[in-house]
Design a binder for this molecule. Structure first.
Ligand code: NOJ
Length: 715
């Protein structure tokens, strides 16, 4: 009998339910004494897990109460939302996805884990893996974007980064893949709303990232708040028990979302807290976060015979095993035992700058507007996001350093010591005050260049931040148009820097500005990274991980649509198109310019006939025909034109990067395991169908820009 089994044997029901409960310590209350009741509960062994407590001193004090004063001395599991950096804030996840670089994803998670652990914590509620094809949904900012293959790569890298080589290490934390699953397609893009999608879309689009996280050894999974076809994920037996536990053999911890078990009553599937607790427990949810459903409901449920002690024990064992894997029984103080050295902190800050620069997407650059001329002497930085440091951190930088993040204004001032960099806010981010527009317009005259910083406020994306009008809020369009009118008159170039947690509908802006840099929310080092790219110290390399529509009515818009029986044909009325908008997006998935200009030639595919066991090697020569060194991102898409189930017109299967000097040619090589060409057949089981597969390689999901070849796949 293991030590954990023995421990279980000694536990009372109240102590067991304590291990299945997680409550908030609301760290905003400065000090270790959390709501008296919770401290007492830790002491009497009826509370085993916390969230929202930070700071090694406070965490250790709570652990001390647990391991010295409670009867069974079981350490606490303490989790926190470390979404894109803990103290040092990296770009928001959607922005990080834009780097298309697994090394970056892993590195930022590793550094976030080290900071989290240095704060005494052992668990994060990340990564968020919900594919989003509806930008109205505010939580798009937290996730990987629109593509399932990309989401899988991010899942693997993040789990590796957070958990390190061994969960017991003093700088590893348990990762939580969330929100399981299909939270993204909420009806109307409205947070928490119903989801109703086909079993095929569920399996093709929304499950793969979670499967990848489980295969990578993720410690925990959090079910989504939402319901799927009427069944809330918090009680979804087919998905939690049959799929996760059964098919994927996931034996980690399932932790509910905040109050989600109680919300089963609101969903309309439980009459009271007892029924809610039963439904969640029987579906396999181990930890009840903030609903008090297990502690209140399960004793009654046991009495009524609605659950068994074995079912409760199963959950308790999983929680205790996670604590064991995290090394908490051996030494509950291992995390946060020593402070980080200044050089570690400084290196992390450099990483934040580097990653932020890599996440910026240059969406337009007419006539070489960027990089800024080295001789630039007068720069007018205009707009409400030019000097708004808090906004730079994005919507969820919970414990992020309070010290100001670097703004574009500060970054440009630093980067251009010989230039006069002036600032005019023009209008607030939201609101109707236009009194600053006149001064902003005046600031255009005499400037060598205008940097127009527009966008959403950080809190306009994230949880409960869906938008029916995902455009520039407030009077920003008025400001932009006034500035652009004056700039045209005075022949001044305008560079727009757009801050957002999702694509915004801004075709007019893209049309009128000379250059457009999509900055998302870049984090602590925002302004320095933006200045690095604007001045050319860094050549931009970010690519949008989500399609930018030109009109709201195009949503949901994503590159991997199916062809339909009547694909768009402008000269045929009865084909799939709009009367009042092109089908084509403003910016396709994968789009992003660099300071180079790349041409593709000599694509090869080897072998030309492949079996399931083969790895297909695809290569293409890329030449930088531009005048500056740059890094090109090369995507590999496939298309299976004839299959038993209609396949998307493009499917992403690989990405690589190649850095080239002006005039230089290099060969980009991508590996495509033929087994990746399998898909879910008529019965939703993976099939391998012999036949021709098209292979398309190039800079983004726009067929017109891709070079193509094919491979024959044999049985
Ligand atoms: C609710 C959010 O949906 C989830 O992502 C988060 O981890 C929990 N709150 C805990 O803060």
């Amino acid at each position: 009998m293991s030590a954990i089994d023995k421990l279980l044997g000694r536990m009372t029901l109240a102590e067991k339910l304590g291990q299945l409960t997680m409550t908030s310590a609301s760290y905003a209350v400065t000090g270790p004494v959390i709501a008296g009741d919770s401290t007492d509960s830790i002491r009497d062994g009826t509370l085993g897990n916390l969230l929202n407590l930070v700071g090694a001193k406070h965490v250790h004090e709570m652990q001390r109460i647990a391991v010295e004063e409670s009867r069974l001395r079981i350490p606490l599991l303490i989790g926190f939302d470390v979404i894109h950096g803990h103290r040092t804030i990296f770009p928001v996840p959607l922005a990080e996805a834009a780097t298309f670089d697994p090394r970056v994803w892993e590195l930022t998670a590793r550094e976030a884990a080290r900071e989290t652990a240095a704060d005494g914590l052992a668990m994060t509620f990340a990564p968020m893996l919900d594919v989003s094809r509806d930008l109205r949904w505010g939580r798009t900012v937290e996730g990987p974007g629109e593509d399932p293959w990309l989401a899988e790569q991010i899942a693997r890298a993040k789990v590796r980064g957070f958990q390190g080589a061994d969960l017991a290490q003093h700088d590893s934390v348990a990762a939580t893949a969330k929100h399981f699953c299909a939270y993204g397609p909420v009806a109307g893009g409205r947070d928490y709303a119903s989801v109703d999608i086909s079993e095929r879309t569920l399996r093709e689009v929304h499950l793969p990232a979670f499967a990848a996280a489980v295969r990578a050894g993720v410690a925990a999974i959090m079910p989504a708040f939402t319901e799927l076809g009427g069944i809330p994920l918090t009680m979804h037996r087919p998905l939690l028990r049959d799929y996760l536990r059964g098919e994927l053999k996931f034996d980690g911890v399932i932790v509910s979302d905040y109050n989600a078990i109680r919300e089963l009553i609101q969903h309309g599937v439980a009459g009271d807290i007892v029924e809610a607790a039963v439904l969640a427990l029987r579906a396999g949810v181990d930890i009840d976060m903030m609903a008090e459903a297990y502690r209140k409901g399960l004793p009654v449920a046991l009495e009524r015979g609605l659950v068994t002690m074995d079912e409760i024990d199963e959950c308790v064992l999983r929680v205790l095993r996670l604590k064991e894997r995290l090394g908490l029984f051996d030494d509950p103080y291992r995390r946060g035992a020593s402070a980080e050295t200044p050089d570690v902190v400084a290196a992390r800050r450099r990483l934040a700058r580097d990653v932020a620069a890599k996440s910026l997407v240059l969406a337009k650059n007419s006539a070489g507007t960027l990089p800024l001329d080295a001789k630039v002497r007068r720069v007018s930085v205009i707009g409400p996001l030019a000097d708004a440091w808090r906004e730079m951190r994005g919507p969820w930088a919970a414990a992020g350093y309070e010290e100001p993040s670097v703004t574009t204004l500060a970054g440009l001032n630093e980067a251009l010591p010989h230039a006069a960099v002036s600032h005019a806010e023009g209008v607030p981010i939201v609101g109707t005050n236009v009194s600053g527009i006149a001064a902003a317009v005046e600031a255009v005259s005499g400037a060598d260049v205008v940097v127009l910083c527009l966008g959403e406020a950080a809190e306009m994306s994230g949880e409960a931040a869906s938008r029916a009008f995902p455009e520039l809020p407030g009077e920003q369009r008025k400001l932009a148009e006034a500035v652009l009118d004056r700039a045209r008159r005075d022949d001044v170039r305008v560079v727009a820097v757009l801050f957002c947690g999702r694509p915004l509908i801004v075709p007019w802006l893209a049309e009128r500005v000379d250059a457009l840099l999509i900055a998302w929310f870049p984090g602590t080092e925002a302004g320095n990274a933006i200045a690095d790219v604007l001045t050319g110290r860094v050549s931009p390399s970010g690519r949008t991980p989500i399609t930018w529509p030109r009109a709201l009515g195009q949503i949901p818009i994503f590159y991997s649509q199916r062809n339909s029986g009547r694909p768009e044909n402008p000269s045929d009325h009865f084909t799939s198109k709009y009367l009042d908008s092109p089908n084509a997006p403003l910016f396709p998935f994968g789009f992003g310019l660099t300071y180079g200009r790349f041409a593709y030639a000599n694509m090869t595919v080897s072998p030309e006939t492949a079996t399931l066991e083969d790895v297909i090697e695809v290569s293409v020569d890329v030449t930088n025909e531009g005048g500056r060194a740059a890094e090109e991102t090369v995507f590999l898409f496939t298309r299976d034109r004839v299959a038993c189930v209609a396949r998307p017109t493009l499917e992403l299967k690989g990405v690589t990067k190649i850095s080239l000097l002006p005039g230089e040619t290099g060969t980009a090589r991508l590996r495509l395991p033929a087994s990746d060409l399998r898909f879910l057949g008529l019965d939703l089981e993976p099939v391998h169908e012999p036949g021709e597969i098209e292979i398309h390689v190039g800079p983004c999901a726009d067929l017109g820009q891709l070079v193509s070849s094919r491979v024959m796949v044999r049985a």
